[in-house]
Structure formats: C-alpha cells, structure tokens
Design a protein around this ligand. Sequence first.
Ligand code: GYE
Length: 329
Amino acid sequence: MFKKIAFLIVLASLVLTACAPAAPAATEAPAAKVWTYKDMTIGFLQTGSEGGWRAANTASFKESATQLGLNLKFYDSQNDLAKQVAGFQQFIADPEVDVIAISPLEAAGWEQVLKDAKAAGKPVILSDRRIDGNEDLYVTFVGADFVEEGRKAGTEMCKLLEGSEKKNVWELVGNVGSSPAIDRGKGFRETAEKCGIVVTNSQTGNWSIVEGKQVTEAWLKESQDVQGIFGQNDEMAFGAIEALKEAGLVPAVDVKIISVDATAGAFQAMLDGTLNVTVECNPLIAPQVYEAALAALNGESLPKWIPSIEGIFYSDDPNLKEIAAGRKY
Ligand code: GYE
C-alpha cells in the first residue's frame, strides 16, 4: 500500500512538473554597448585662437578626428569665458553629444556645469589646461605639468645668468586665472629664486605678441635694468624681442630670453639668435583626449592625469637646424 502511494506521489509530481508552466528564464542584462570611434560624438570647447600653439592644438583635434572617423563638434570660445560656459551647457543639452572635452580658459568656476554634465551622464575630459575643484567631476586631465615647465625655465635662466652681477628678470604672464599662467609662474620662482634671480616685473600679455611687446615697451621706458625675460609662451617672448630691439638692446645677448611652447616661431628665433631657450609644451594631444573619451564611454577606469611628452631646446644646440626641420608644429 505504502509503496503504491509513494509511486503515485512520484508519478503525480512528475506530471505536475511536466504540466507546470516553465519558470521564466533569468533575464540577462543586455550586453553593454561597446563604443567605437565611429559611434562617438565629442563636443570640444577650445579656448579660441591666440597663437601658434593654439593653432597646432586645434589642427590636432580636427585632423585626428577625421583620421579616427569620429564626429567632432568643435566650439570656438573666442577667448571669452562666458561663451565657453554657454557652449558647455549647449553640449550638455545636445542629445547627439556623448562626451565633452574642454580646454578651460580659466581654472576657477566650473563646479556647477561639471555637476550638470555628470547628472546628464556625459563624461568630461580636460584637455591642455586644469581646473580647480573636485577631481570626481571629470574623468581625466590630458596635458602638461605647467609647474614643471616653469621650473625648467627657472633652471635654464639660472644657467644663462650664471656669473651675472645682477639677476633682474621680467615675466610676461599668460591670461589671468588660467592654470598655465598660475603654475608656470609658481614653478619659475621655485627654481629661479634658488640662484638669486629677482622677478622685478610681472604682468599679463595674454599670450599675444602685441601685448607682450606693449608691456615690455612700458617697462623699458621706466628702466633698462633687466638681465632676463621669461615669456610664459613664445608669442609674448617674440613681442619682448621686438621691444628690446627698438630700445637698442640686443635680445638673447644683453637680455637673456626664455619662452615656453617650442613652436616653429621659437625655433626660427633661436636660429636668428634672438631667443636663448624654449621649453616645450606639446599641443598635439588630441589623440590622447579621444582615446580617453572612448575609454570613458566604455566604462574603463583612467588615471586622473595623462601627461604629454615634452623637452627643452637651446639656441646653442649644434643640431638646431635639423631639429627645427623635423618639427610638426
Ligand atoms: O602655452 C599658449 C596658449 O594652454 C598650454 O595656451 C596652453 C597655452 C600655451 O595660448 O601658447
């Protein structure tokens, strides 16, 4: 009897199982989209067009976008911070834009728009210049160590003024509030003051030849007691060179001159003997920015800083002509 019931129970359970509707299969999360450059639309906010370095940087973005086949929305902020913030908000609201890259005109004031971009699920890459504030609000910074560039310039100015009785140096500064202007000044003083250099004049020339010349002319009217000029970029140093010549001084001889950027113009000035040293700041960083953007869209973790590769170049380098001929910018 007992055996029969047990058999019936087993039979019944088999029948029930067979008849019971199949348990719904576990819903697999759809495979994460694997982004490629061809799917990617990047909104890039450029500072404007303030000189040779910027022109090379813009070309790097446009040319490598074409080479990679990605969709670039290029926004020229015309060196106007309000326009740059408006452009940023535009890219946040633009459904086509997947990721945003920016070369911030100034370091301060980005907290809110970065929070808005995060809320909109749009990764942000900093290109060339840093911002102040919470690193969690952006994916990574691709660019140079501006403090180190300043240190290099200070060290080179010490070498050029070695044995000089006086070491008064004038500094032509980039646009006020920008990370390269702040950091290059900080780095320069860190090393220059070690050899007794005194920065006796410091003023913005807004990265331009014209303003670099005007500022230097004004200083020369007051005094010609200067042994060195530190141009935070090539263009401002070119302006100082013109002003010195017009004041009857011999640039790179009577007054030692160091610039930052190492654009083609700086090599020409060194070959002409009017510039002593240029500290490189590499503008060809767009491929690294695009690589970081794609990695961010694919959820890969990235270091907070992706450094660019840079050197220092000297007017007394016996191979200067060949080096200059091989330069890309
Ligand atoms: O040195 C200068 C340009 O942000 C590093 O901006 C860049 C600087 C560069 O105007 O020439």
